[in-house]
Design a protein around this ligand. Structure first.
Ligand code: MSP
Length: 492
């Protein structure tokens, strides 16, 4: 099986914050899950470096735009390290491979491109054209200021794709997720599509248009093309189409239209394979308010991770809200999740089971389960299949809830079976109970591995489990002594 997953490529006009980390970790979880499940995965992320917004930021910083891009792009690469991103490719839109790929895409779309002149409003902050009726008090719907633009421009015949797009959404009900977002896109397209201005001639920080001196591509053409560049376009067309057909683009809800309307239209025009799904996630506020530099409530991923630990933050982001919905980031909510779900439920379970096994000199397996152990054993062996169904729908929140059902069931099982008493009274039952618990701990570790890779690694190491493939769950444990466990989520 092939699987491709992408993050948005980030504008480099500012520092990375928790919103960027969120989109990237989501894609990372999907990539890690599919790798453990045996798929060949391509996971790409990167930086979106052209356009008026970046050009102006470089100017404000009194820096050469190339140097500025190198510096700022590095910040996003560093974020990737900080959050333990397992990307296969980090793409920068200023790279040669991408310039060639975007120009090739342009040529393939040539039949739908014509020259004209554009006059209208533009929001540099959103890098988006804004129609007359959407401008209120000199502002775009996003609140960004707009400016008047008049220039010679190339246009893409988007209007010709209205019916084809509606047919695409109709035939592929899961092309846009979640479903509420899908409905928004459909009504937008039904409202009528105007041709799209796809070049700029008043500035030059962009990819040159083939055979059109003085024109550079509208930044969104070049931005969207990153996904195929990363897959090896234009050389490796077979791989591009194979991977695109299995590709999930994770995007924030504010850029869904570019991905669900423009991008498929461009690909259809170029005769290239469409992605499998566009998943639009929601936005985080911070302590109840929109994150903004002026309020000073922007959540800095580095500080938060230094204070609370990476895996705790990764867990929180996907447990606190359903993936697809908006949520509020508050330290109090994060502290509670760490204390209850992680330290009390998970950490404690691992500790009480593994420290106990160590105390009695190791695991002696017995798989002749009775009705008492069978339900826990079956739940453990069935966990991955349940997660597979949820993760295929990008229901990451549902997946964590499912894993924690097994955590709770295991804790309850320990309370009910009282292994410390069995150790004095009934060796046979003791071995059955501990074998069932090792099975559930291993399943839990595999379940959390995509979400909390370091924590899962610790549990794997405590239990001599390799931790490379879900298949390992199918093998029985053998008698053995485990290395000493230590506290996973120590309290201060
Ligand atoms: N460069 C474009 C995307 C091009 S993709 C071909 C862009 N970049 S961006 O830097 O503005 O980042 C966009 C993404 O960052 C959002 O789509 C979203 O995934 C993430 N987030 C940025 N702020 C966010 C929040 N406050 N909350 C959650 N995610 C947000 O748009």
């Amino acid at each position: 099986m092939k699987f491709c997953v992408t993050t948005p490529i980030y504008y480099i006009n500012g520092e990375p914050h928790i919103g960027h980390a969120y989109a990237s970790i989501a894609a990372d979880i999907l990539a890690r899950f599919r790798r453990l499940d045996g798929s060949e995965v391509h996971f790409s992320t990167g930086t979106d470096e052209h356009g008026i917004k970046v050009a102006r930021s470089a100017e404000t910083a009194s820096m050469d735009v190339h140097k500025f891009s190198d510096l700022m792009s590095q910040g996003f690469r560093d974020l990737g390290k900080l959050i333990n991103l397992s990307q296969d490719d980090f793409i920068r839109t200023t790279e040669e491979r991408h310039i060639l790929s975007s120009q090739k895409l342009w040529r393939l779309m040539a039949d739908d491109i014509y020259k004209g002149s554009y006059s209208g409003w533009y929001s540099a902050r959103d890098e988006e054209y804004v129609s007359e009726e959407d401008v209120v008090d000199g502002k775009a719907p996003s609140g960004a200021p707009v400016e008047w633009m008049e220039e010679e421009s190339y246009f893409f015949r988007l209007s010709a794709y209205q019916d084809k797009l509606l047919e695409l959404y109709e035939k592929n009900p899961d092309f846009i997720a979640p479903v509420s977002r899908r409905n928004e896109v459909i009504s937008f397209v039904k409202g009528g599509l105007k041709d799209l201005s796809i070049s700029r001639s008043k500035f030059d920080w962009g990819i040159p248009i083939p055979n059109a001196p003085g024109h550079v591509m509208y930044v969104w053409i070049d931005a969207l093309a990153n996904y195929i560049t990363s897959l090896g376009f234009p050389e490796n067309t077979h791989r591009v189409s194979e991977m695109m057909a299995n590709c999930v683009h994770v995007v924030g809800k504010e850029i869904l239209r570019f991905h669900a309307v423009y991008w498929p239209a461009f690909l259809m025009s170029a005769g290239l394979t469409l992605p499998k799904r566009i998943f639009a996630h929601g936005w985080w506020t911070s302590e109840g308010q929109k994150m903004s530099k002026s309020i000073g409530n922007v959540v800095d991923p580095q500080k938060t991770i230094e204070k609370y630990g990476l895996d705790s933050v990764r867990y929180f982001l996907f447990r606190e809200i359903r993936f697809g919905e908006d949520g509020d980031f508050s330290e109090k909510a994060l502290q509670q999740r760490i204390s209850y779900d992680l330290a009390n439920d998970l950490g404690n379970l691992v500790q009480r089971v593994l420290a106990f096994i160590q105390k009695i000199g190791g695991l002696r397996v017995n798989y002749d389960f009775t009705d008492a152990e069978m339900p826990l054993f079956e739940d453990s062996r069935n966990l991955v299949e349940k997660l597979r169904i949820l993760v295929d729908k990008q229901d990451l929140h549902g997946a964590l809830i499912e894993i924690w059902k097994l955590v709770s069931a295991s804790n309850k099982f320990v309370n009910d079976m009282r292994p410390w008493e069995l150790a004095r009274e009934d060796d046979n039952r003791l071995n059955l109970v501990l074998t069932a618990l090792c099975e559930s701990l291993r399943a839990i570790a595999f379940g959390i591995a995509p979400f909390m890779p370091d924590t899962a690694r610790k549990i794997f190491d405590f239990m001599n489990v390799e931790g490379k493939s879900f298949k390992e769950i199918e093998a029985n444990f053998s008698d053995q002594v485990f290395p000493s466990p230590f506290l996973l989520f120590p309290r201060e």
